[in-house]
Design a protein around this ligand. Structure first.
Ligand code: ADP
Ligand code: ADP
Ligand code: ZN
Length: 216
């Protein structure tokens, strides 16, 4: 199965992708995580991407398409993937169509996580993740059961993203509306678009995601 999660920064794509990965054995392909790994490793792509990400702008379509195409060829993707953060432009969507056709794969569904812009700053500025296993948390909306201890792996170190600040959110939201939102009518036209209410509580969103998957 090939699923795309579409929504603005902070909509809940990563949170729900982690849950779908755990429950259904699909692999979460987060292009943001891949870029942050490249930045941390100091690769050429990472050095290039860091400047762009810190401005809240989008990394080039060529780089992103190459990263995803290579990743889809890895054996662990055989059982299906959740694309989290890709495609983000019309050019990336067109490239994805081509690459799926060339690899003999089919896009099953695109799930839009609908959210109001005015809640996203609070979502993003409160976001943090376990430094050991990457599980996502929120200062208010999703705390670990025991403060300071990751529910999943017991880790006690957490990290925050350098681009998760109120200034960058404005550019990231603009990039979403200008460059990514046009993908919604594109996928609607292909008959693969489904919607969930991204404003609901996290567990309710998860139930809606499950219902959307059942309908495929
Ligand atoms: P995205 O991957 O779309 O940028 P995340 O999944 O990282 O978004 O979610 C952003 C932040 O908001 C995280 O800290 C997450 O714990 C929290 N969050 C996700 N979904 C919800 C929700 N439905 N209600 C409240 N907070 C949420
Ligand atoms: P969020 O879900 O909070 O917007 P991501 O982790 O998906 O954050 O992305 C972080 C940053 O990485 C983006 O602001 C952008 O600079 C870059 N990025 C991630 N995916 C893509 C993509 N498909 N195309 C271009 N840039 C991307
Ligand atoms: Zn952990």
């Amino acid at each position: 199965m090939i699923l795309i999660l579409l929504g603005p920064p902070g909509a809940g794509k990563g949170t729900q992708a982690q849950r779908l990965q755990d429950k259904h054995g699909l692999i979460q392909l987060s292009t943001g995580d891949m870029l942050r790994a490249a930045v941390a490793a100091g690769t050429e792509i990472g050095l290039e991407a860091k400047k762009v990400m810190d401005r809240g702008e989008l990394v080039s379509d060529e780089i992103m398409t190459g990263i995803i195409s290579d990743r889809l060829d890895q054996p662990d993707c055989k059982n299906g993937v959740i694309l989290d953060g890709f495609p983000r432009t019309e050019a990336q969507a067109a490239a994805l169509d081509e690459m799926l056709a060339a690899k003999g794969l089919v896009l099953d569904a695109v799930i839009e996580m609908k959210t109001d812009d005015d809640i996203l700053v609070e979502r993003i500025t409160g976001r943090y993740t376990c430094a050991t296993c990457g599980t996502g948390y929120h200062d208010i909306f999703l705390k670990p059961a025991v403060e300071g201890v990751c529910d999943k792996c017991g880790g006690t170190e957490f990290k925050r993203r350098s681009d998760d600040n109120a200034d960058t959110v404005v550019s990231r939201l603009k990039a979403y509306h200008d460059q990514t939102a046009p993908l919604l009518p594109y996928y609607q036209g292909k008959g693969v678009l489904k919607q969930v209410d991204g404003m609901a509580d996290i567990d309710v969103v998860t139930q809606e995601m499950e219902a959307a998957l059942q309908s495929i």
